[in-house]
Write a protein that binds this ligand. Structure first.
Ligand code: ATP
Ligand code: LTN
Length: 342
């Protein structure tokens, strides 16, 4: 737990978030993460990162990592993040992340790192457990603290990492006897539902791109017919009532959340509108198709050679300009001798 919680009313000034280029993104990634990034860009100075160094904590095929990195950057833009408003960049393009990552490793404790549940989960399932998988949260803390982010939009699964980041920041501020690092807060979107889009086949677990059954998720790249088929096959229940009840009707509730987020209708408006599941499922499918079509169209346009590369080149410069003063100031406080230019 953070030793010292900041006031809940911290204004949103700077936002940092990252997604790993470790595969194709799902509707869950879009509705739960990326869509909020799009909204935030007009409220604060935003940095959205393709965290390729984090992806390397598990084995990656080089060709796939290369493609996934560029595709994820394209998706940020296709989803509506304006590169002239927010900064979109690749983590490894700004060397400050790797350097700050090390400084965070030596500023955190083995004991607190060992408590991270994501590591335990991933290590249990992984074929190989890299040292980087263990120290992953230190690099995440580096990402966030480098930009003095006030808010970090993350899903539930990342909250523990953010708590660790806060603990490190508070500890260092205390050591330096000044508020050198901004203590970041998680940003939880105001909407009640939508934080977790669930699997279409097992609505008690989250929609995940690493699931083995492709019918359980909708990829942002799925063509309309595939989307319609997957939603038609989505698990529901035996009664015919369209009603929000996460506990007893998790499948229908999940589809209602998806429809609500895609169309702007409230859950109450949706409930009671339908007599049976046939038309309901059709409407969910069409709403998802309509939401993803413009993203897919823009994504295709951004696949012309050179476009995303230029956006990322500019992004890396802006990112470095923003992070360098923090890195320098931190190193100075640690007693490191600054490099002099000849
Ligand atoms: P995997 O699906 O392989 O377990 P992931 O998609 O959860 O991975 P990331 O790519 O790191 O992992 O997730 C990026 C962001 O998308 C995170 O902020 C995460 O919380 C969010 N996210 C992922 N899945 C969902 C979901 N089903 N519902 C809402 N948000 C999600
Ligand atoms: N660990 C995150 C990805 C991530 C991140 C970050 C998120 C890396 N660095 C900094 C927010 C801020 C994940 O797996 N979703």
């Amino acid at each position: 737990m953070a030793e010292n919680a900041p006031s809940k009313s911290t204004p949103i000034r700077r936002v940092f978030s990252g997604i790993q280029p470790s595969g194709k993104l799902t509707l869950g990634n879009y509705l739960g993460a990326m869509r909020n990034f799009v909204k935030l860009q007009h409220q604060a100075e935003c940095y959205f990162c393709v965290v390729d160094l984090h992806a390397l904590t598990v084995p990656q095929d080089p060709k796939e990592l290369y493609q996934n990195t560029l595709d994820l950057a394209r998706l940020y833009v296709a989803a509506g993040i304006d590169p002239n408003v927010a900064t979109i960049f690749v983590q490894s393009h700004n060397p400050d992340h790797a350097q700050m990552g090390w400084l965070m490793e030596v500023s955190s404790y083995f004991g607190e790192m060992s408590r991270m549940t994501q590591f335990k989960d991933k290590a249990r399932k992984a074929e190989v457990v890299t040292t980087g998988l263990f120290t992953y949260p230190a690099l995440m803390a580096a990402d966030i603290l480098l930009y003095q982010a006030t808010h970090v939009p993350v899903g539930e699964d990342q909250k523990q990492h953010l708590e660790l980041t806060r603990d490190i920041a508070i500890r260092l501020n205390r050591r330096f006897q000044e508020e050198f690092f901004t203590v970041p807060e998680p940003y939880i979107p105001p909407q009640k539902a939508g934080g977790r889009i669930m699997s279409l086949q097992d609505p008690t677990s989250k929609m995940s791109k690493s699931a083995s059954d492709p019918n359980s998720y909708i990829l942002l790249s799925d063509p309309p017919d595939v989307i319609r088929k997957k939603i038609k096959r989505a698990v529901t229940d035996m009664d015919r009532e369209v009603r929000y009840d996460e506990k007893n009707k998790p499948g229908i509730s999940n589809l209602m959340v998806i429809l609500s987020l895609c169309t702007g209708q409230s859950l109450d408006e949706i409930a009671g509108k339908y007599d049976g599941y046939g038309q309901f499922k059709k409407d969910v499918a069409e709403a998802v198709v309509a939401t993803l079509e413009p993203i897919q169209k823009r994504f295709k346009e951004l696949s012309e050679p050179g476009i995303i590369e230029e956006i990322l080149a500019k992004g890396a410069e802006k990112a470095e300009a923003a992070s360098r003063p923090t890195l320098k100031g931190f190193m100075e406080r640690l007693g490191m001798v600054p490099r002099r230019t000849l």
